[in-house]
Design a protein around this ligand. Structure first.
Ligand code: NAP
Length: 300
């Protein structure tokens, strides 16, 4: 029996683990893939207090080490369901079932896809969802980035240092991401903005050769690119828990700043809950709050 099982070892889940361990609660963190969450793909974090120039990977490593050093147990197993009774809870994975007093769901989200015909076939052959993982393959080659959020902007900036040309394609004429990054991109000669446009076709032989881009005025153009980096947002990973906690129409767990779900003793933290600002700092903040609320719940 653990005090708290935390599902997800991203910044929210690991911050929750740190706070719960400091309150001397026994903690198991379950992670389906690798720790760190989506921040590991961020080349440089510039908007986290007192960490002005750290890579996402180093940040993730540091927070993981901190949680482990404080005594959090981490298992690389995918939580497939939560069993919630009046007296206790269990988080079930393909390998076992872990009983606990409280659960924190901090599962983050998955890459959204463009939904184009051969997108899946071309993944790893020109189509990528991670600029820091795959950017180096495109040295001095033309690439495109799709999206208008912080991920797309940061990816475009990162790729501008590597690629010959970076086409930044966004479906509107204003960006959702930070203005400061847009300004930096505007100063780069090799970044070309293609606004009010979407990618409508991927042309390939064995690898991606070019993309068809369609403007909102109906005109199309073909752009030769070797790489297409898609950064059009993420889909929350909550479906496995939809029978125990309420989700909104987009699949986010409904919770306010207290990180409490509608199920007693089940909390949520990070990008997979309803909120207006999804940033590293708000994920970490959620982790601290969810752990504090879980500790209070156990005490009661
Ligand atoms: P996001 O903020 O949700 O932005 C997704 C972008 O993709 C939007 O510009 C959206 O356009 C566009 N889009 C969505 N569906 C599309 C489609 N089917 N076709 C074409 N374009 C589409 O996603 P994100 O950039 O991955 O960021 C996720 C969260 O992480 C955000 O809260 C972000 O601020 C945060 N983040 C933070 C940092 C940091 O703190 N350093 C770094 C990266 C990400 P519209 O704008 O028209 O909706």
């Amino acid at each position: 029996m653990y005090d708290i099982v935390i599902i997800g070892a991203g910044p929210a889940g690991l911050t929750a683990a740190i706070h719960a361990r400091r309150a001397e609660k026994s903690v198991l963190v379950l992670e389906a893939s690798s720790y760190g969450g989506q921040i590991i793909n961020t080349p440089v974090i510039e908007n986290y207090p007192a960490a002005a120039d750290i890579s996402g990977f180093d940040f993730a490593q540091s927070i993981y080490n901190q949680a482990v050093k404080l005594g959090a147990e981490i298992k690389f197993e995918k939580a497939i369901r939560i069993e919630n009774t009046e007296y206790d809870k269990s988080v079930v994975t393909p390998k076992g079932s872990y009983k606990c007093k409280a659960v924190i769901i901090a599962t983050g989200s998955l890459n959204r896809k463009l939904g184009l015909d051969n997108e899946d076939n071309l993944a790893g052959r020109g189509v990528s969802y991670c600029a820091t993982c795959d950017g180096a393959f495109y040295k001095n080659k033309p690439v495109a980035v799709v999206g208008g959020g912080n991920t797309a902007l940061e990816d475009a900036l990162y790729l501008a240092d590597i690629a010959q040309t970076v086409y930044l394609i966004h479906r509107r004429d204003t960006f959702r991401g930070e203005e400061a990054t847009v300004s930096k991109l505007k100063q780069r000669d090799n970044v070309k903005f293609i606004l009010n446009s979407t990618v409508t076709k991927l042309n390939a032989e064995k690898r991606l050769k070019s993309i068809e881009v369609t403007s909102t005025d109906g005109s199309t153009q073909t752009i030769e690119v070797n790489g297409l980096f898609t950064a059009i947002g993420r889909i929350p990973e909550n479906q496995s828990f939809a029978d125990v906690v309420s989700l909104d129409k987009d699949g986010y767990i409904i919770a306010d700043e207290t990180c409490k779900t509608n199920a007693k003793g089940i909390f949520t933290a990070g990008d997979n809950r309803t909120k207006s600002v999804r940033q590293l700092v708000t994920a970490a903040s959620d982790g601290a709050i969810a752990a504090t609320e879980a500790i209070k719940y156990i005490a009661e």
